[in-house]
Unconditional design. Structure first.
Ligand SMILES: Nc1ncnc2c1ncn2[C@@H]1O[C@H](COP(=O)(O)OP(=O)(O)OP(=O)(O)O)[C@@H](O)[C@H]1O
Ligand SMILES: [Mg+2]
Length: 458
């Protein structure tokens, strides 16, 4: 009933009502029985109102619903639907509107998925991305870019690139890209907080279908690791050259002296020859170590895996080590658990023991102690070499596994060290998929812990 008082029904109801009043007035002039007249008119009025209500329900109400649903769809609410059962032409209209809403909904889901996929790709690219339009406004920056340059997306999007990016190389790249209308490549160093990045930037122009420049996309590659590798390689070459130069210079010098001077003094001659022998020995050791390292570093380094009895292996090396320890008046003690066998490359594992014990002896002053313990821990053979020597400060602890790193160059060289021993140990442990740890305190001593997995397939 309430529909009767809403638009457009109210107009019809009032119109009908006024018509009946008017008809009543006219008929009252010719009809005497007012009661019958009123009853007839009222019945007719009610009938017309009922017809109007029916028309409203069948035709106007679904159109109203369709209009409201269309309004929702226009607003972007594609889940809006009309629920009205009708078989007439209006029913067809309702079905069409619902179908339109369904299609739009599917389209919008697809579009949303595509845009999500694109955002995921852009945000998870390992390079920084910036999209700039032809006026210089930034339209897009990805997550990697934010991680490199800080702030949030809001601080860049919608701003002119030169207002929010204060890097000269980036400015130049953008300008050159727009000027030459072709890809431009530059590189620079960027410091963000404590991090220092080496970045390569590529600016690529974007053209429209009429071949006019519409903007530019900047791609920033993080080449820090590559640069560091390059630095390491250069350092390595410099270190090798330096290490080779010292013994070669002295061999050459002493050999020249021997050749130039007719040496009468046998003692001096023997002394010179001894130096030449020691230095050539150093050279040989250095070259052997370098070869071992380079073999270990090869990806497909073949391990000669055999079953190793640790006790037997330690007994093989102890005589030489004990003699060295004796010479330095050090107390050497070994505790190797009985019956530990595991699969590994015997010669390489032997080298671990020799290099670690060698260091412990070399860097422990006379009357100190060196101890070797071998036990098992979980699935690992656990090797511990401790000494009461000079120790290693915390800063150096992070570096002693680097090739050629020596805490005290002069001291290490006196012991004949090349600075490759621990680098070799680390590599051997790594190719065996083990772990290495160091605990050391300056002037108190050092402990190196090594864990080698017991169950390697042969
Ligand atoms: N047990 C230790 N106590 C104190 N310092 C040590 C110990 N082991 C190693 N270091 C320090 O770490 C450096 C690197 O050791 P590493 O064994 O790689 O080289 P090296 O002993 O100098 O030469 P080599 O190649 O002949 O072993 C040493 O020069 C020394 O300064
Ligand atoms: Mg050493």
């Amino acid at each position: 009933m309430k529909y009767l008082f809403t638009k457009p029904m109210i107009t019809y109801v009032i119109g009908t009502f006024l018509t009946f009043i008017f008809t009543g007035i006219v008929l009252s002039q010719v009809v005497d029985n007012y009661i019958v007249l009123a009853a007839v008119l009222l019945t007719a009025f009610i009938c017309i109102i009922l017809i109007l209500l029916h028309i409203y329900d069948r035709h106007i109400k679904p159109i109203n619903k369709a209009t409201k649903t269309m309004e929702e769809i226009v607003k972007g609410n594609y889940t809006a639907r009309i629920h009205h059962s009708s078989t007439s032409a209006i029913g067809e209209l309702i079905q069409k509107v619902n179908k339109l809403a369904r299609n739009l909904s599917e389209l919008s889901i697809q579009e949303q998925m595509q845009s999500e996929q694109l955002t995921t790709v852009i945000d998870n690219t390992e390079s920084g991305l910036v999209l700039i339009d032809s006026k210089g406004y930034i339209h897009l920056v990805n997550r990697k870019f934010i991680s490199m340059f800080g702030n949030t997306v809001k601080d860049y999007r919608g701003y002119l690139y030169y207002d929010v990016l204060d890097n000269e190389t980036i400015h130049e790249t953008v300008q050159k890209t727009f000027l030459y209308e072709k890809a431009v490549k530059e590189s620079f160093t960027h410091i963000s907080g404590l991090d220092k990045y080496h970045l390569e930037i590529v600016g690529a122009p974007i053209f429209n279908e009429r071949n006019m420049i519409r903007g530019a996309v900047l791609v920033l590659y993080d080449i820090t690791e590559l640069r560091n590798l390059e630095i390491m390689r250069k350092d390595f070459v410099a270190n090798v050259s330096h290490e080779l130069k010292t013994p070669i210079t002295s061999i050459k010098g002493f050999a020249e002296t021997l050749l130039d001077n007719d040496m009468e003094d046998e003692e001096a001659r023997d002394e010179f020859l001894k130096i030449i022998y020691t230095e050539s020995n150093r050279l040989q050791l250095l070259i052997e170590d370098l070869l071992t390292l380079s073999k270990l570093e090869k990806d497909d380094f073949p391990l000669a895996l055999t079953s190793i009895n640790v006790k037997a292996l330690v007994e093989e090396i102890i005589p030489v080590i004990a003699q060295k320890a004796d010479q330095k008046q050090l107390l050497l003690s070994c505790h190797v658990d009985e019956g530990i066998t595991f699969t590994a490359d015997k010669e390489r594992v032997k080298q671990i023991f020799i290099n670690l014990l060698d260091n412990a002896i070399n860097y422990t002053p006379p009357n100190g102690e060196v101890q070797l313990d071998v036990t098992t821990r979980d699935e690992y053979v656990y090797i511990k070499v401790t000494d009461t020597g000079i120790g290693i400060d915390e800063q150096a602890q992070n570096r002693i596994f680097e090739r050629f790193y020596r805490v005290d160059r002069a001291r290490s060289r006196n012991t004949g060290g090349t600075g490759l021993g621990l680098a070799i140990v680390k590599h051997i442990v790594e190719v065996h998929e083990g772990k290495i740890e160091i605990v050391s305190e300056l002037d108190k001593g050092t402990a190196i812990h090594i864990y080698l997995p017991m169950n390697r397939p042969e």
